[in-house]
Structures are given as C-alpha cells and as structure tokens.
Design a protein around this ligand. Structure first.
Ligand code: PLP
Length: 407
C-alpha cells in the first residue's frame, strides 16, 4: 500500500457532511447549495452538438498526445487570449482529462520522494493529495488578508527552496479569487532558475473575471515577456469546466516547457489517460469559441454585483479579482469593534451549520480548505460561497446569509 494514503485528510465535503450530521435544515426555505464549485450555467449547444457529431469515433483508441485539431485549437486560444507571440502546438501543449487529474499526475511525474512541494494555504485539495501520494512533503504558504491572499514567496527559506521541486500556484485563486500579478510571477521564475523547480500554475478560473475587468495575467505570457520562449520550468493548467460550463466533459490542457511536457506525455502514455475522440473534437470547438465565454462572464458579473450589494452593509467584502467564489471573513464586519479583537473569532464551522439549519443554505467552512501552518489555520473564520446557482437563487441565498450574520 502507498504509505501516503495514510496521510490523506478527509475531503472538505466529507467533513462538511460530518459537521452537519443529522442536523435538519429549515424546510420553510428551499435548499440552496453554494458549497461546491460546480458550474451550473448550461453547457453551450455548440459543445454538445460537436460531441454528438463525433460519436462514431468511439470505435478508435485515442492518442494520449491528442489530435492535431485539438492541440491547434488550444494554441489558437492561448495566443489570442494572452500576449503570447507563439506556442508550439506539437511540443508545448498536451490535452488532459480536466485539470484535476493532471494537477495530481504532474507531481507523480516530476517529484522525487521526500522533496518539498509548495502550495498556497488555503488550497485546492488535489495539490496536497498529489504531494503526499508522491511521497513528498507538503509545505503550506499562508494566504491571508494581510498578504493580499497571495503566497509570500519571499518568506520561504533558502533550505525550503533547495528542497522544493514543484510549487502549485492558483491564479485566479480558489477560494479568494486573487490574481497573482506579473511581478510575483517574474520573481517566481527567477527563483525557479536559482533552485530548479517547476512552477505549476493552475489557471482554470482564468476566464471568469468581471465584464469590465482586466483579463488575469498568465504565467506563460509573463515568461515570454522576459524572453523565455522555451517557458523553462513553467507549466500552466487550463480547463473547459469553468470557462465553458462543461465539468462533465473532463477536458483541459497543460502548456509550457516542452521538456516537461514530453516527460508528462511519456508518464501519461503508461498511465492510460488519453481523452476520448468525441471529447477531443468537442473541446477543439469549445476552445475556438469566445461568444459563450463572454456570456458566461456576464452572468457571473451580474451575480457578484447583486450579492455584494446585499451583503456589503453587514460584512466587509474583499471583492475577488476573478473566479466565482466569495471568500467571506465572518469577523470582518463594518463597525464591529470585535473585528480587531483576536480573542473573538466567529467560527466558520458553527456559522456554516447554523446557516444550513436555520436557512437551508450550504456553504463551505473555510477552515476545511486549509491546514494549520505557522501556528494558524488561515481559513478559520471564513466561508467560501460559490456563486454557481442562478441569479435568483444567489440573491435569495445572500439575503439568508445576511440574516444569519446579523443574528
Ligand atoms: C483551483 C481548481 N483547480 C482545478 C479544479 C479542477 O477542475 P477540472 O478538473 O474540472 O478541470 C478545480 C475545480 O473545482 C479548482 O477549483
């Protein structure tokens, strides 16, 4: 048995179910679930039709490397969306079955036992599981209001960098929605030169940003802007799940350093993780279309505006740069003198349970997304609210959250 299995923590949703136990939600309210980051906007017809049109191809084994059609579509997407001169669709792009499996597999491919894998804290749970099952040590970099919800890479010791073989970066971040700015990405690239580690940038929320906002900067365009067309040590992970409301398609890609991509392709050939041919075609169609992405963005922007308007008088909100989560600090309430009192902290778990019982709204306690590091669990006192339901439901849920906060 892989000894890393014993170190895995229960998944946040499992912990949440245990927390709620046999609590009975107030049935005078309709249930609204904003705990899971599962997009609920309809999958565009052009993707569904493309999938159907290629069903005959189920008769063929797919290539792990993916079809030329798909890799070319991804290259087109990357060069249009980002300030990228070129990217080689043959050697610098690899389709994957959603970013989750690829974020996991990349650590198994690149990391040696007992090396260090750095990650933000709170974090997407796969980063930690991937590190532990690779036999590595997970090192948590707290992201807090004080450091702008960004990993403080200047605080990482020389010894830690020397042990580091891979760092996960999530930008836009889950849960805070913070975009890592270009100077931070440049600095990380410099550090990767010094200490030779891979930067794994999870950019799966890169297309969900406010309609009038700036598109989040990406790691590859920053690398190219400093003259590194080979994207050395850099990998970005993208997905159609959030961009195109197709989480069931299981489609994404990895792009960047050709040497790393080549090793990953070899790993994946043995792993047997090729994407089915109809999914490849549907994905190629999706990456080439931007109209549905613009509409998707509009829907999220509308929901953020409405929800923030309802909550802002009772809780100080840090508006996310991007993504579809609100990361609410329950202690941070306008005019509340207790906000600055560290002895008083509203419990995120108690609040989530109360919200469920009294108002039938499900949100995720922040402390379930993070670990104690440097003496604190930076998710404590926060809840993660995924604005995935439709506008009416999000508005309704916001009113119930407000009422629960006021109690
Ligand atoms: C930060 C982050 N990365 C990756 C994923 C995985 O997405 P998928 O496997 O659907 O591409 C998610 C899903 O919620 C996520 O929040």
């Amino acid at each position: 048995m892989n000894p890393g299995l014993n170190n895995l923590q229960p998944y946040p949703f499992q912990r949440m179910r245990a927390l709620f136990g046999d609590a009975v939600p107030n049935e005078s309210y309709a249930p609204i679930n904003l705990s899971i980051g599962e997009p609920k906007h309809p999958t565009p017809d052009l993707i569904k039709n493309a999938l159907i049109s290629e069903l005959d191809k189920l008769a063929n084994y797919p290539l792990t490397k993916g079809s030329d059609e798909l890799r070319n579509a991804i290259a087109g997407y990357l060069t249009t969306r980002y300030q990228l001169g070129t990217i080689n669709s043959d050697s610098q792009i690899l389709p994957v079955n959603g970013t989750r499996e690829a974020l996991f597999a990349i650590a198994q491919c690149l990391v040696e036992k007992e090396a260090a894998v750095l990650m933000p804290n709170p974090f997407y749970q796969i980063y930690e599981g991937a590190a532990l099952l690779a036999g590595a040590q997970a090192v948590y970099l707290n992201t807090t209001r004080e450091n702008g919800f960004l990993p403080d890479i200047e605080n990482v010791s020389k010894e830690q960098w020397q042990q580091c073989q891979l760092i996960y970066l999530c930008s836009p971040g889950n849960p805070s929605g913070t975009v890592a700015p270009a100077p931070l990405l440049k600095r990380l690239i410099e550090l990767s030169d010094l200490y030779d580690f891979t930067i794994v940038a999870d950019e799966c929320y890169a297309e969900i940003y406010p309609t009038n906002g700036t598109p989040p900067v990406g790691l590859l365009e920053v690398a190219q802007s400093i003259g590194r067309s080979d994207f050395r040590n850099c990998l970005v992970f993208h997905s159609l799940s959030k961009r195109s409301n197709a989480p069931g398609l299981r489609s994404g890609f990895v792009a960047g350093d050709a040497k790393l991509i080549n090793s990953f392709l070899q790993y994946r050939t043995y792993h047997g993780s090729a994407m089915s041919p109809p999914s490849q075609h549907a994905s190629a169609i999706a990456w080439q279309d931007n109209a549905h992405v613009i509409e998707n963005r509009r829907l999220y922007t509308e929901k953020f505006a409405a929800v923030i308007d309802i909550l802002k008088h009772d809780i100080n909100i840090v508006e996310p740069d991007a993504g579809f989560y609100l990361w609410l600090n329950l202690d941070n309430r306008p005019g509340d003198s207790r906000s600055s009192n560290k002895d008083w902290q509203r419990s995120d778990t108690q609040f989530a349970k109360q919200l469920y019982q009294q108002y039938n709204v499900t949100v995720l306690p922040g402390s379930y997304l993070s670990r104690k590091s440097d003496g604190v669990n930076p998710g404590c006192g926060f809840i993660r609210v995924a604005l995935v339901a439709d506008l009416e439901q999000c508005v309704d849920a916001a009113k119930r959250i407000r009422d629960c906060i006021k109690q």
